[in-house]
Unconditional design. Structure first.
Length: 114
């Protein structure tokens, strides 16, 4: 199983960015997928999830600003992030769980500058 996250960068407050996570080695369409983030000095936290049936859930702090989506034809997970705030600065990880085992992408850094 490989998860390859990309798309991070430096963005100004109020800006937008889209993260991608390319998956291989799994039957992508069958798996719930998740985005986590780890802010400086904090533990890793769940940001957004999407089920195989496209049901989505969000952490309260990103509701209305972030959108998780998936393209099963491309085996790719996305996180569209709008109205970015300095508190969104973090390393973002994609994740899936298969038979009780967590699989993580390598992380992509988002820095929101004010």
């Amino acid at each position: 199983v490989q998860l390859q996250a990309s798309g991070g960068g430096l963005v100004q407050v109020g800006g937008s960015l889209r993260l991608s996570c390319a998956a291989s080695g799994i039957i992508f369409r069958n798996n719930p997928m998740h985005w986590y983030r780890q802010r400086p000095g904090n533990q890793r936290e769940l940001v957004a999830s999407i089920t195989s049936g496209y049901t989505t859930r969000y952490q309260d702090s990103v509701k209305g600003r972030f959108t998780i989506s998936r393209d099963n034809a491309k085996n790719t997970l996305y996180l569209q992030m709008n109205s970015l705030e300095p508190d969104d600065t973090a390393v973002y990880y994609c994740n899936t769980i298969i038979w009780g085992t967590d699989y993580w992408g390598q992380g992509t850094q988002l820095t929101v500058s004010s």
